[in-house]
Design a protein around this ligand. Structure first.
Ligand code: URA
Length: 233
């Protein structure tokens, strides 16, 4: 790829800032000073340095965010703070986006990435990726409610919801695992059994569990193993 693109992707500045760096002779490729922004570099093998410091190139980024309530799962919003604003300045990139959405009042695991292909796979309705939510509800569920939630309920779509798994934690707290991601799906499923959600937290996504050391609003990079698990789903 072009040297200026490489430096931009490595978060060293805007296109014009990195062009300026190159023009000023601050950049070397394999120990040779280069002045052309269009110089081709191989991001796998070439050693690019800026002011003598090697540039670490990484194509894809994957962050596990513990989304707090009150924040919107979007890259931009006219009225509310977005999940992107929770990233520290050194991690902000214009190509990062949340892979999927949690409602503004929902907490928990949200993946932020710039890997469009992986996000597409994880969000595809055909892939049936597991998502587990800790759901606080208005009142206890009957055996029949649990059976209905597990078999599929009518939430006003063309088809009932796909089979789900319910685990009772407390009288009014359940774990609900679903494989779809329809708008307000968990809230609508509970409404379908004449109940309602009082708090919602996603605790796992695509086989990865939310790191319980992350406080609301905190995030960390996924490990290589976790990325592999997501690719395997
Ligand atoms: N289901 C909901 O109702 N809301 C969410 O944020 C996620 C799943």
């Amino acid at each position: 790829m072009r040297l200026d693109k490489f430096l931009c992707e490595a978060n060293l500045g805007t296109r014009s800032q990195v062009k300026d760096l190159i023009r000023r002779g601050a950049v070397t490729v394999n120990d040779v000073s280069v002045k052309g922004a269009e110089t081709r570099v191989d991001e796998e093998t070439d050693i690019v340095c800026v002011q003598g410091r090697p540039v670490h190139y990484q194509k894809f980024f994957y962050y596990m965010l513990n989304k707090p309530p009150g924040i919107v799962s979007a890259t931009r919003d006219k009225l509310s703070a977005t999940v992107m604003e929770l990233l520290r300045p050194e991690h902000r990139r214009s190509d990062l986006f949340p892979a999927g959405r949690l409602d503004k009042d929902t907490e928990g695991f949200l993946l932020l990435t710039n890997d469009g292909e992986l996000a597409h796979r994880l969000l595809s309705p055909k892939k049936h990726v597991d998502k587990t939510y800790r759901v606080s509800i208005d009142h206890g569920l009957s055996e029949e409610d649990i059976q209905r939630l597990e078999q599929g309920v009518d939430i006003g779509e063309d088809c009932p919801t796909l089979p789900a798994k319910v685990q009772q934690l407390e009288e009014t707290v359940i774990l609900l695992t679903i494989q779809e991601g329809k708008f307000h799906q968990v809230k609508r499923m509970l409404m379908a059994v004449d109940n309602s959600v009082t708090a919602l937290k996603r605790i796992s996504f695509g086989g990865i569990t939310l790191d319980d050391t992350l406080k609301p609003g905190e995030y960390r990079e996924l490990t290589k193993e976790e990325v592999k698990i997501l690719y395997g789903t």
